[in-house]
Design a binder for this molecule. Structure first.
Ligand code: HEC
Length: 161
């Protein structure tokens, strides 16, 4: 008798949790494999005193895949499949030089107009340090800050020749 209850319970759990997990997974962005050999578009240093220092302090490099690069260079809206990576490293100051320290995280934006329609067509994710550990609980928090850049399809940075 007991066995039946356990089977029933497992069945109910699978029924309830299945769709929940599926919805979460459906929105998940893939880790941008190989982004270090994509095109580097620009670099910026965020120093102590900057309003975004707590989260974004350090040296960041921005990378674009082929689709994103073409749109960025042409100043056109980004097509589905465009991916942009914000690669943030600690900044170390030593002997009057600033050098790259360990990676803090990478921020990723991936375009899919339909899938991410509530956040301007962009999916947002963060991966901690050198891992594939996901950091973003609510994409809307990333989007809120990117939203004023509507004229450039919610992208802040531009290609530096
Ligand atoms: C406080 C405002 C703010 C928040 C919050 C924010 N960003 Fe950004 N993001 C920026 C700015 C400003 C840039 C441009 C940096 C540059 O020009 O080097 C940027 C750039 C980027 C880029 C490169 C493409 C672009 O727009 O230039 C990615 C990818 C990115 N952010 C991902 C994220 C993710 C993922 C989150 C949420 C974890 C997030 N951002 C949250 C302000 C923000």
């Amino acid at each position: 008798m007991r066995k039946h209850w356990i089977i029933l319970l497992v069945g109910i759990l699978a029924f309830v949790m299945g769709p929940v997990a599926a919805v979460a997974a459906e929105k998940e962005l893939a880790y941008p494999e190989g982004y270090r050999s994509w095109t580097h578009t620009k670099t910026m240093v965020i120093d102590k005193g900057h309003k975004a220092y707590d989260m974004f302090g350090g040296i960041h490099h921005i990378y674009a895949n082929q689709k994103a690069l073409k749109a960025m260079q042409a100043g056109k809206p980004y097509p589905d499949g465009s991916v942009l990576v914000f690669d943030l490293l600690e900044a170390k100051s030593e002997d009057n030089a600033v050098t790259e320290g360990p990676r803090k995280f990478i921020g990723v934006m991936q375009k899919n107009a339909k899938k991410y329609s509530s956040t301007g067509g962009w999916g947002f994710e963060g991966f901690k340090g050198d891992t594939k550990e996901r950091m973003v609980k609510d994409m809307a928090n990333c989007f809120k800050c990117h939203e004023p850049k509507k004229a450039t399809d919610y992208v802040f940075s531009a290609y530096r020749k």
